[in-house]
Design a protein around this ligand. Sequence first.
Ligand code: PA5
Length: 471
Amino acid sequence: MGLTLDYTAMFEDAIGVGNGISPAMLDGLRDIFADTRVDLMARHKAGDMPVWDLPFDEATISNVEAFAENNRDRFKNFVLSGIGGSALGPIALHNALNHLQHNLLPDDRRKGCRFFCPDNIDPDLIGDLLDVIDPSETLFNVVSKSGGTAETAAQFLIIVDLLKKKLGDDWRRHLVITTDPERGFLREFCNRERIQSFAINPGVGGRFSVLTTVGLLPAAMTGIDVRSLCRGAAGMKDACFNDRLEDNPAALLAGMLYLSQSTLNRPIHVFFAYSNRLYPLADWLRQLWAESLGKRYSTDGKEIYTGPTPIKAIGATDQHSQVQLYVEGPADKVFLFMGTRSFNRNVEIPGTDIKDQTVDYLQGSYLSQLLNAERRATAYALTSAGRPNMMLEFDEIDAEHVGAFMYLFEAATLYAGGFYNVNPLDQPGVEAGKRVAYALMGRPGYEKELRVHPETSGYLSRKSRKLKLEL
Ligand code: PA5
């Protein structure tokens, strides 16, 4: 059991000189790899990077399991209110590991609560969700590391108001908050109102938090085996610290994707899932990659405006939407296919009395065979067109494999930070946007944000150019 990475078609001997990586290019990364590894290990040893040890945190795992054991059957619905790193991990786990129609299954066939995570504040989305959720059957989980993100704060106010109006004194029982152990508005609120809560390890940033209480609690409440998830993640640790580049899957992945951009001019990284279970993992990875690596400044303070542009795709669907562009359009992309040898279901395409050469070849085979043939065919077409691509195959999509995948890519992101020479753990661009939104919404103390951002204030004061199409 495990994950297999086939990176043959990343190299120039498979896809042509100028298209693929050469052994010399990989050699050129060895020093920076060694330095990055030493730095990561030193920071890990100093306790500065708790992300490496999350899957070994027995106290948190047991705590979450005990909470889920006591509460899973008391609620029909689990609604997670959070955004970005506080939502994408839980969504990815739910999709990868629960039944794909989990919420529609009858109660006795579901292993845990129904799961809802809007990950946005579109009023139609929130309003329509609240139409179908009975608060008396629902546990609301408000998740925010900072405790003050506007989108989550707004949902928090709506939820508390709804619970108080509908459930009176019982409202507290329907709320659990996941936030910083000591700081922030939400922590103060929990303390003041005696709300049940979980702490997010303060040294772990939002997009790296899936293996903290942020991801583990919703997973356990919906019936996912969080112990196996963490076991799978833990099993990756040694490999991700290996000192030989070719034997360190995290550094190798990061290095090849980095080289595709820096030496082969392919800044667009396509995470191409051939499995509906894996697709939200591509979404989670997209955030991890983009927010960690897209940076204005290098670690030594130079303006570099760097970073890849990750996009996600799903097969076979996007073969009929994007693949024309991928195969024949600009040579600016590198592809990471994500697939599985073994789907949870085996749906046979039946042999029937319909006889026609258009459909005969399909009869008696399986949808998994067709989908995987299409995955290989797309990879083959890209390879033939000289487009670098690699294939990451899950032997199975279960909690252990998904845990391993997530740990691997968190580690890859940390190595990529070294290669791109940026701090992968901060997000000043996101914070800047948050502050301007506070100012636009009239939050006291943020008035100067509009003035100190010349582009924003310039835009606001400029004569507008609009086109209205009357109906
Ligand atoms: O990865 C990140 O740091 C961000 O995407 C955050 O997770 C997101 O902005 C939400 O922040 P918070 O959990 O503080 O509400």
